[in-house]
Design a protein around this ligand. Structure first.
Ligand code: GLA
Length: 403
């Protein structure tokens, strides 16, 4: 049964999730979500991820429209059973929402927000300002030349105001700026930066705050476990804080593989952001088991690799030893997450099942990837059991009964 629209969980007056330092509130939320899960019959005999981690952090998933089009599909039931937060894989990116100046298409994003509302799930808006999946017209004037700083700022503000304003109270948090940094920790040479200047990040946060003062606002990036980039992100957040800009959280995307990052790197990064007083989120977790490309920058190399079966070794399924390696890796990673449970607000997987993963097409197209906890038929993999087991290992022993 869906959560009635009058449920406090669906009430726009409910505070945005996970205010820093207010874990008591969030534990109450987790308990409420548990009740919702039970009432809806969404929890099956299979252990539930969100239930296993209910005292630790929220468990999210990035979804595509097929996952929730039919609320009774296996995908939708899996979402309701295991997750309490949704991120749109693509539906809220600029290129999906504003296809031409001032021409918005909210249909898909609305469907996702409705699905979330009916099922008591939180939504993370992803993402407002990014160098990718942003149409070229955004940066151009009517004559096709580069837009002036003020005009681009006005466009950014208008987009943020329209999008964040529309979902105020229904989308509880936003990845305001995505991937502003290069690997060395300096600001990336994006069109946002070239036209506006280094303060484009600050402006994006200010506009988002003004559009929904109650939403939680995050900076999100990949490879934040890499020390120079992590240090750059720490410096960026400190600079924003010094300028009086409130940043509620930092998202470590968490696109990792079987060996990178080391557990120490992961732990150090979570701790580094925790010292800033912001919440830390793992926002796009997947563990790649496929060989990497030899040249990320060369599309021809990647095309050649696509034709080479050596780059697609598990097209017929994941062998047992690799399944076990994946399970061990997930367990190790979740132990680090649990160690940091007071800082970590959420762990979101980037895709519901292996068939949904972007890693089937990136960096080498046409491969068969196995990076998530559910296989292509939505069956839990050994990695799923390993993650559940880590949660169990860490539970306090039940109190002896008093007679
Ligand atoms: C980045 C973005 C995501 C997604 C992934 C790849 O990490 O933040 O929105 O596009 O790349 O799918």
């Amino acid at each position: 049964m869906p959560v009635p629209a009058s449920s406090p969980l669906c009430d726009p007056a409910v505070p945005a999730p996970l205010p820093v330092g207010r874990r008591v509130w969030w534990r109450a939320l987790a308990a409420a979500l548990f009740v919702v899960g039970c009432c809806s019959g969404a929890l099956s005999a299979r252990p539930s991820l969100k239930e296993a981690y209910k005292d630790d952090f929220l468990i999210g998933v990035a979804v595509n429209p097929d996952n929730y089009a039919d609320p009774d599909s296996t995908d939708a039931r899996l979402i309701k059973t295991h997750f309490n937060v949704l991120t749109a894989e693509n539906a809220m990116k600029w290129s999906s929402l504003e296809t031409a100046p001032g021409r918005y298409d909210f249909r898909e994003a609305d469907r996702l927000v409705d699905f979330a509302r009916k099922n008591g799930l939180y939504v993370i808006g992803h993402t407002l300002v990014w160098h990718n999946q942003t149409p070229e017209w955004v940066f151009k004037d009517a004559g096709g030349g580069p837009l002036a700083r003020d005009a681009l700022l006005a466009r950014m503000r208008d987009h943020i105001r329209t999008v964040v304003g529309r979902y105020a109270g229904r989308v509880q948090a936003w990845d305001v700026v995505n991937e502003a940094l290069d690997d060395d920790g300096s600001l990336r040479d994006s069109e946002w930066r070239r036209i506006i200047g280094d303060d484009f990040v600050q402006k994006a946060f200010e506009y988002a705050r003004e559009a929904d003062p109650r939403a939680h606002l995050y900076y999100n990036d990949y490879r934040l476990e890499h020390a120079p980039k992590r240090d750059g992100a720490v410096a960026l957040v400190k600079k924003l804080q010094a300028a009086g800009v409130r940043v509620d959280g930092v998202g470590l995307q968490g696109h990792v593989n079987l060996v990178w990052p080391s557990l120490d790197q992961l732990d150090a990064s979570i701790s580094a952001f925790a010292t800033l007083g912001v919440q830390v989120m793992i926002t796009e977790l997947d563990v790649d088991v496929l060989p990497g490309t030899k040249d990320w920058g060369d599309a021809d190399v990647r095309r050649r690799e696509a034709a080479d079966p050596a780059f697609n070794p598990y097209a017929k399924g994941l062998p047992a030893d690799v399944q076990q390696a994946l399970a061990r890796r997930y367990a190790d990673i979740f132990r680090v997450y649990l160690k940091n449970r007071d800082t970590l607000g959420r762990v979101t997987f980037w895709g519901l099942n292996d068939g949904d993963s972007w890693l089937n097409g990136w960096p080498i197209p046409g491969r068969t990837s196995h990076p998530l906890l559910f296989d292509r038929e939505n069956r839990p993999k050994p990695a799923f059991d390993a993650v559940i087991e880590v949660a169990r290992e860490n539970r306090p022993a039940p109190r002896p009964s008093r007679r």
